[in-house]
Design a protein. Structure first.
Length: 209
């Protein structure tokens, strides 16, 4: 009972004290003179590979430099090397972001999803936690795959069979791995309260019905 009461108190605090990410950033950028050699090396390797400095989830991940580089390796494959169409990749990322109310990920990937060809009505329905109407066949199959594994913690035979028929076994592994990877980033950023850029309004409503 005491454990349940503590969880309830934590939930109330999250909901009412400005929301889980509105409070102070728990792991802001580390000053350059405070970086360890391993952190300096990881940050340099990241910047060289991506062409920009650490931002978003990479800022807290730098506290574990080996983890950062391994996460980057998975990101490089899932984002840039997997053969899954960009429109479907971005839709899966939005589904994961909505599931965790992850403002930073949504803010970054909503415009990318539209640019990749996802219809605004589909993206906006995901933001509202509604099943989108008018999805293309591949979008509907990917949506079912993502939402079942996230909400049911398993995938039904019909959803699995449709996904394999459409994307192949490698495609299914890549799709659910993409969802899992963005769950990882969401968990890190929701824990460390990684903020949006100053002055950026939160794009997602919190804890929708």
């Amino acid at each position: 009972m005491a454990h349940i009461m503590r969880l309830a108190a934590a939930f109330v605090a999250v909901c009412w004290i400005g929301g889980p990410l509105a409070a102070q950033d728990r792991m802001p950028p580390i000053p350059a003179d405070k970086l360890t050699e391993a952190q300096k090396k990881a940050a340099a390797e990241f910047s060289e590979g991506r062409g920009y400095d650490l931002r978003g989830p990479w800022v807290p991940l730098l506290r574990s430099p080996d983890m950062l580089l391994r996460a980057k390796g998975m990101s490089d494959y899932l984002r840039f090397q997997s053969k899954i169409e960009e429109r479907i990749k971005e839709m899966m990322i939005l589904i994961a972001a909505r599931e965790w109310t992850q403002q930073y990920v949504w803010n970054s990937h909503y415009p990318a999803a539209l640019k990749a060809g996802l219809k605004r009505e589909v993206a906006d329905a995901i933001a509202d936690s509604r099943r989108p109407a008018g999805m293309a066949e591949d979008e509907e199959i990917a949506y079912d795959l993502a939402t079942e594994i996230l909400r049911l913690k398993r995938v039904s035979d019909p959803a699995y069979e449709r996904a394999v028929a459409k994307f192949g076994e490698q495609g299914v592994v890549d799709l659910v791995s993409l969802v899992g990877y963005y769950n990882l980033l969401a968990i890190v950023m929701n824990t460390t309260r990684t903020p949006l850029r100053a002055g950026t309004p939160e794009p997602l409503k919190r804890y929708p019905n």
